[in-house]
Ligand binder design. Structure first.
Ligand code: ADP
Ligand code: MG
Length: 336
């Protein structure tokens, strides 16, 4: 017998496509905070996010009368018309995240807009609203997500260890804190503070907070046509590529083309290992092919040769002009 699924079943199926693991929830909530214009975001997780995720922001908040609608599928405040789809300037627009998250967890929303004298608290379990009351609070939004996949045992089984889930979340928040250097991030894992950035907009400050190791301490700025970023001198390398971090049009990606351009720029000056680099690449959106699956990080450039050359030239220029001596070391020499 063919029948249309009850919405509580279909919502759980749809939720599974957006929410694979605790990381997906953190990603959706943090992206919502960015879209809300927040410049302070606190993320707290327990047990790798399985038992508890909290994201608190100081963004625009949700008007009390819209709070319930926000949890419905295809509910979005970010686009209205087909035309809007052509120039999206927010991270979200599908209106699926909150509907998906609330279908497979116990959620509590606290939110208040600047105009409203009092906020609202909304409780949702397995997609059903089960509590609504006024809430005294600062402007902004707090989303608490507990017991991820509590009502979908098959999914629950597929989560990895607490440590593995936590490490994926920490990695994600680190990347966000680097890219959004103008947002103050704080990350708390099992009650312990693991990251704080000050949101002053200075990438070097953000880098030193996210990666407080010597490889990242004396970076040089590079600027090309499509690339802006910070690289180490050729003598400062790591033994893997974990220190090579690339964003294309705001999206964290892995890319052979960028790796190759970077290494071409250093040429034979690198004797061993991998220099560290934080690169921001900006290209017309129609010249890249992003694998649309939200968790895939591979990217294809249609003009890959040009991008590679641009990066290589920008790297080479700095390496040659400074003869591989970082700015900070030059300054030290002047003082002594
Ligand atoms: P999308 O981000 O694709 O629009 P979501 O399900 O993630 O869909 O969110 C639904 C709507 O709820 C958003 O469009 C936005 O209006 C509102 N919203 C969600 N999170 C926040 C937040 N942290 N601050 C303000 N508004 C929010
Ligand atoms: Mg969203």
């Amino acid at each position: 017998m063919i029948q249309v699924l009850d919405s509580f079943i279909s919502d759980k199926i749809a939720a599974g496509e957006v929410i694979e693991r605790p990381l997906s929830i953190v990603k959706e909530l943090v992206e919502n905070s960015i879209d809300a214009g927040a410049d302070s975001i606190v993320v707290e997780i327990r047990n790798g996010g399985k038992s508890y995720i909290r994201v608190t922001d100081n963004g625009c908040g949700i008007p009390a009368e819209e709070a319930e609608i926000a949890f419905e599928r295809h509910a979005t405040g970010k686009i209205q018309t087909l035309e809007d789809l052509g120039h999206i300037d927010t991270l979200g627009f599908r209106g699926e995240a909150l509907a998906s998250i609330c279908a497979i967890s116990r959620m509590t929303l606290y939110t208040r807009t600047a105009e409203s004298p009092v906020g609202i608290k909304l409780e949702i379990q397995g997609g059903r609203i089960c509590g609504k009351e006024p809430s005294g609070m600062n402007g902004g939004t707090t989303m608490v997500v507990e017991d991820v996949f509590y009502n979908t045992p098959a999914r629950r089984k597929f989560m990895r260890s607490d440590a593995a889930e936590a490490s994926a979340i920490i990695d994600f928040v680190q990347k966000m804190a680097l890219y959004y250097a103008n947002v103050a991030f704080q990350l708390i894992n099992n009650g312990r503070n693991v990251l704080t950035t000050n949101g002053d907009g200075n990438y070097l400050h953000a880098i030193s907070r996210v990666y407080p190791t010597k490889e990242f301490s004396n970076l040089m700025e590079i600027q090309g046509e499509h690339v802006h970023g910070f690289i180490s001198d050729p003598g400062t390398t790591k033994n893997n590529r974990s220190g090579q971090i690339f964003f294309v049009n705001g999206r964290y990606v892995r890319s052979d083309v960028i790796e190759k351009g970077l290494m071409d720029g250093y040429g034979d000056r690198v004797f061993s290992g991998y220099p560290v680099a934080l690169l921001f690449i900006t290209v017309p959106p129609e010249t890249i092919d992003v694998n649309i699956h939200p968790n895939k990080k591979e990217i294809k450039f249609l003009e890959s040769g040009d991008i590679k050359k641009d990066i290589a030239a920008a790297v080479q220029k700095v390496i040659h002009s400074q003869d591989a001596v970082p700015q900070a070391m030059l300054k030290e020499k002047n003082i002594s």
